[in-house]
Design a protein around this ligand. Structure first.
Ligand SMILES: Cc1cc2nc3c(=O)[nH]c(=O)nc-3n(C[C@H](O)[C@H](O)[C@H](O)COP(=O)(O)OP(=O)(O)OC[C@H]3O[C@@H](n4cnc5c(N)ncnc54)[C@H](O)[C@@H]3O)c2cc1C
Length: 520
């Protein structure tokens, strides 16, 4: 059946689309596709939407299971603005100050404030001339942000030339953005602690200073200049907002349903039914889709490709509901050894559980009293670890004790004896719950070979198949997942406009009716 109702604003008016996976990339794609007229259904294998950006609620505590740093607020504004909404229609934001607190193992402690002048003072207190060096560093980070966002974030450029162009641009100024972060930062600061402050955020991108291009110094612009925010209720408030928007726009969301096969047509086979939409957008990661769901001739990349990728770290996470105060832990705290090289080596070079870990502690109840009962605190500890590690129960128990000892030793906060709720996540959680290869928590690291046009393609190996989410461009992170959904919807529209296929009737074999909302 062909329909004539599509117009410039609703170019997908006679198309149906199935989105496989309700992570933020999938939910964003669902919003954009539905807004452009498509009849959209999202199918998620877990019982809650959000993917790795999820929530545990128990005993009056509320834990964000994954992301907790709300960065790049303008990307959220851009997302909601595309639908004539704003983030405030769904959640309230607070700018954090201090943005985060650092605890070093030598007993030193520092707050990174929201005010840039105060950050300059902090830098100068560690190294003579570092305030001025910070100005220079941030000027270059701002340029990297401009280049990076223009070429790889807001625009979906798939030509290798765009990556090379960057090098040309920067070489003219004597600085290559394609060199390593390690080398780049060494040109500005001698103090190892200052180098850590401007590099810790690389972990957000799943990389390390030695394997991440200096282009990503843009992250310093993101956290030191644009600021760190907190959505009331936690990051899951963002997921709830995006999911509510998808439903408002007409997308249906089915949870607790797993896609078990994809084929030409395209057809989608779930553990309940078979569907034949016009388009399939996979938010399920392409490694899982190619290896487990598609027929061999429908794959775009071989096993060699997936085996040779640099996967971002997995994570060992403790979700702890704690009685009493956890002062001096701040909303965001980092506990760092002065030399974090061995920890990065244990992730990327010689996979092992780290002896001297760097880790992150999130205490959202420091800002938001709705996430913990009276007199209690919500504490999440996140230790980046190598993907693929064996994490049997004994290993996890031993590592948990190591981390609690370490936390007491380096922050003075002893949690034992007052933990009233405890949950864990580790390598196998990411592999089993989210089908992430080797249990990576984040996807593909942003190494040079996996940046911009070198990330996996947005278009799949069979007609009508697309990808969205952190494995594709622009990459890892909540803002990027939202943008990825937009860019994938753009690709669908482009293909629909270019060579419009006759509409394939939806196969109703064993199909449950679309109910326009959430299904258990
Ligand atoms: C511990 C942790 C901390 C993080 N911290 C931050 C942070 O502070 N700030 C930030 O911006 N970002 C952070 N991130 C990164 C950010 O959360 C992710 O990049 C982003 O949420 C990824 O979204 P996605 O849609 O690409 O993928 P996912 O969330 O992985 O979604 C994919 C979905 O597909 C589903 N799926 C897979 N296979 C199937 C199938 N066969 N059938 C049906 N469904 C399927 C999965 O269940 C999942 O729901 C963090 C991530 C983690 C894990």
């Amino acid at each position: 059946m062909t329909c004539d109702t599509h117009d410039d604003e609703r170019p997908l008016a006679d198309e149906s689309a199935v989105v496989v996976g309700a992570g933020l990339g999938g939910l964003s794609a669902a919003c954009h596709l539905a807004d452009r007229g498509a009849d959209v259904e999202v199918i998620e294998r877990n019982s809650r939407v959000g993917g790795v950006a999820n929530r545990i609620e128990t005993g009056g505590f509320r834990f964000d299971t994954g992301p907790s740093w709300y960065l790049m607020p303008e990307t959220f504004e851009r997302f909601f603005d595309a639908f004539d909404r704003s983030p405030e229609d769904y959640y309230d934001l607070t700018r954090l100050d201090p943005q985060y607190r650092l605890f070093w193992r030598d007993g030193d402690r520092a707050d990174v404030p929201a005010d840039l002048d105060a950050v300059r003072d902090l830098f100068e207190s560690y190294e003579d001339g570092a305030a001025e060096a910070l100005d220079d560093y941030l000027a270059s980070a701002a340029e990297a942000y401009e280049v990076g966002t223009e070429r790889f974030v807001y625009e979906d450029r798939s030509r290798l030339r765009d990556l090379v162009d960057v090098d040309v641009v920067r070489s003219a100024r004597g600085l290559s953005l394609l060199g390593t972060m390690d080398d780049h930062v060494a040109g500005f600061f001698d103090s190892p602690k200052l180098r850590q402050i401007v590099q810790y955020s690389l972990v957000f991108l799943g990389g390390a200073p030695h394997n991440t291009p200096a282009l990503y110094s843009l992250m310093s612009y993101v956290d030191l200049e644009l600021g760190v925010y907190y959505p009331e209720g936690g990051m899951y408030s963002v997921v709830e907002g995006v999911a509510a928007l998808a439903t408002e726009l007409g997308a249906a969301v089915s949870t607790g349903e797993t896609v078990v096969g994809l084929d030409h047509g395209p057809t989608v086979e779930t553990d309940r039914r078979t569907l034949a939409p016009d388009r399939v957008v996979c938010n399920a990661n392409p490694a899982h889709v190619e290896r487990d769901l598609l027929p061999p001739e429908g794959r775009r990349y071989g096993d060699d490709y997936w085996d040779s990728r640099t996967y971002a770290p997995s994570a060992f996470l403790l979700y702890l509901g704690v009685e009493g105060s956890v002062d001096p832990l701040a909303h965001h705290s980092l506990v760092l050894p002065e030399d974090w090289g061995p920890h990065f080596a244990s992730i990327f070079d010689d996979p092992a559980w780290p002896d001297t870990p760097s880790y992150y502690v999130n205490v959202p109840s420091a800002t938001d009293e709705t996430v913990a009962p009276d007199g209690c605190e919500t504490v999440v500890v996140l230790v980046p670890v190598a993907p693929g590690l064996d994490d049997d129960a004994a290993r996890r128990a031993a590592f948990r004790d190591q981390i609690l000892d370490d936390l007491e030793c380096h922050t003075g906060v002893d949690l034992r004896g007052r933990i009233v709720v405890e949950r864990q996540a580790s390598v196998s959680t990411f592999a089993d719950r989210f089908a992430l290869p080797e249990g990576t928590a984040l996807g593909l690291a942003h190494t040079l070979r996996q940046t911009g046009p070198l990330r996996p393609s947005r278009r799949g190996g069979i007609d009508g198949l697309y990808y969205t989410g952190a494995f594709t461009g622009p990459g890892i992170g909540v803002p990027m997942a939202l943008l990825s959904g937009e860019q994938t919807a753009d690709a669908v529209v482009e293909d629909a406009g270019g060579s419009r296929l006759p509409r394939v009737a939806r196969s109703l074999a064993a199909a449950a009716p679309f109910d326009g909302g959430f299904r258990p």
